[in-house]
Design a protein around this ligand. Structure first.
Ligand code: SAH
Ligand code: SF4
Ligand code: F3S
Length: 474
């Protein structure tokens, strides 16, 4: 009955199921004398973090309470990542633990979603080896959580609903925020780049841009609700807007976001070097709100490897771009991602990567050991690099980036810069922790009333990767 009466268009359909779940949950509460609780465990990147906030919004609206501990929760959701093999192993590790918890508390519900569930082999593994998992869904239909829960609560044994792809963007569902003063905002979904090592395009689907008016509306609402900093999210924000009915550039979107009164800081992630335009550099230069931080993944410094990776730029083009950025915006913090041990990587290729690292002088860098992802072109390349060699290169690279990063992170010593206070310091409650525009943290005397506000802070001591500071009265 419940399902026959459901509206067919979204988001109305989901609001209908939220109400249905509320009623089912209320009945459970009356039977058991307590309200059910949830715990979401999120793996992976900011996209997943944002998706988890959406899931949480739906659960709160249904009437679930947040549980502190996954052991106590009545509903456990794992929002998974599959970008590297170790991300998958973590999930199966957790599932083992949940199985024994569920044996003691059979009413416990377990749901898996996110990127790993977009892989048919993983779903088959869950179906066969983890039959105690109640709900499985993917990245394209997270908005359907209430409907899937309804199916489970109405007696279905294992609910599996994974879509291969979608061109649908469902707007206007509830979401909660982890922080009151800052928020991620999706500007696009999916990726069309197919870097040869990367699984993301297969699990997140083709690139889809949200309409600018939807993005601006969301940001205005966030600002009205106390948000001062937004992080615009996309796998390659520089190609934003290309597939809209009325195409627009990312730089143009930034110009419009800049106009929003009350918004103080704008960040974005991630920029693919091949699409970074002069227009964007110009907008960043002129902006009062865009933070002086750019994450510009290098992946490799070797032109030969970059070609095999399908990155569509070479060593010289990357260096030229990085130098232009350093020249045009001298206080810009540049960070990057680097993969070590891509198939066929030689000593010479690795030295090219080190060379770029030395020349660009990254403020910080994430370094990854290449992980073979089934189904990607790189997985079937011969000449996979021996583990010993990869480990040796990885540790050489790590010490190089750490040494540079410690130096770069202290380059503003003695200056007074605005810091957005994020929390009271965990170790020393007489201090607060603030984030500078360039993403470096500063600890300085203060209290909880300062959270979410921006203060000028004198950076008086550098501790390598963070500062100790003092608030300066304006
Ligand atoms: N869209 C972003 C990155 C998304 S994945 C971009 O293009 O920069 C985040 C990072 O994970 C990548 O930048 C890459 O460095 C790393 N990564 C992706 N696939 C990987 C793999 N198979 N092995 C190791 N690292 C990988
Ligand atoms: Fe993966 Fe490349 Fe797309 Fe980034 S741009 S998500 S690395 S395929
Ligand atoms: Fe992000 Fe991992 Fe998916 S890095 S897009 S959560 S595969």
């Amino acid at each position: 009955m419940i399902f026959e009466h459901a509206p067919s268009c979204e988001p109305e359909r989901q609001y209908y199921f939220i109400e249905q779940c509320r009623t089912l949950l209320q009945a459970q509460k009356e039977r058991t004398g307590r309200q059910l609780s949830y715990k979401i465990t999120t793996f992976g990147c900011q996209m997943n973090a944002k998706d988890s906030e959406k899931l949480e919004g739906i659960l709160k609206q249904i009437g679930f309470l947040a549980a502190e501990d996954e052991k106590e929760a009545d509903l456990n959701i794992y929002n998974t990542c599959t970008v590297r093999e170790n991300a998958n192993q973590k999930v199966y590790g957790h599932l083992g633990l949940l199985k024994s918890l569920k044996e003691k508390a059979p009413h416990k519900m377990i749901a898996l979603c996110g990127c790993m569930m977009q892989e048919p082999d993983e779903v088959a593994t869950v179906r066969i080896s983890y039959p105690f998992v109640d709900i499985v869904f993917g990245t394209h239909n997270i908005f359907k959580l209430a409907e899937l829960l309804c199916r489970k609560l109405s007696g279905e044994k294992q609910v599996i609903d994974v879509w291969e792809g979608t061109d649908q963007i469902v707007e206007d569902l509830p979401a909660v925020r982890k922080y009151s003063f800052k928020s991620g905002v999706n500007i696009m979904y999916g990726c069309n780049n197919f870097c040869s090592y990367c699984i993301v395009p297969y699990v997140r689907g083709r690139e889809r841009s949200r309409k600018p008016e939807e993005i601006l509306k969301e940001i205005r609402e966030l600002v009205a609700d106390g948000v001062v900093e937004v992080m615009l999210l996309g796998q390659n924000v520089n190609s934003y807007g290309k597939n809209l009915d009325e195409p627009m550039t990312f730089a143009e979107l930034l110009r419009q976001v800049e106009q929003i009164d009350g918004l103080e800081r704008i960040r974005f992630m991630t920029s693919h070097p091949k699409d970074l335009s002069d227009e964007l550099i110009q907008v960043m230069k002129e902006s009062k709100k865009i933070c002086r931080h750019l994450h510009l993944p290098l992946q490799s410094g070797s032109s030969r490897i970059l070609k095999a990776m399908n990155r569509k730029y070479d060593k010289e083009q990357y260096l030229e771009l990085a130098m232009k950025l350093r020249r045009e915006i001298p206080d810009l913090s540049l960070t990057t991602d680097i993969i070590v041990g891509f198939p066929g990587e030689t000593e010479e290729d690795f030295l090219d990567t080190l060379d770029v690292v030395q020349k660009v002088q990254y403020d910080s860098a994430f370094t990854f050991i290449y992980s073979k992802r089934t189904g990607t072109p790189a997985a079937s390349m011969e000449n996979q690099v021996p583990e010993e060699e990869v480990k040796k290169h990885f540790s050489v690279l790590l010490s190089a980036v750490q040494e540079i990063s410690a130096r770069m992170s202290s380059r503003d010593l003695g200056k007074t810069l605005p810091a957005l206070v994020e929390e009271v310091n965990e170790k020393n409650p007489s201090l607060v922790t603030g984030r500078l525009g360039n993403n470096v943290m500063v600890h300085f005397p203060g209290d909880a009333s300062m959270i979410g506000k921006i203060y000028p802070v004198w950076l008086k001591e550098s501790k390598g990767f963070y500062y100790i500071g003092e608030r300066i009265d304006e």
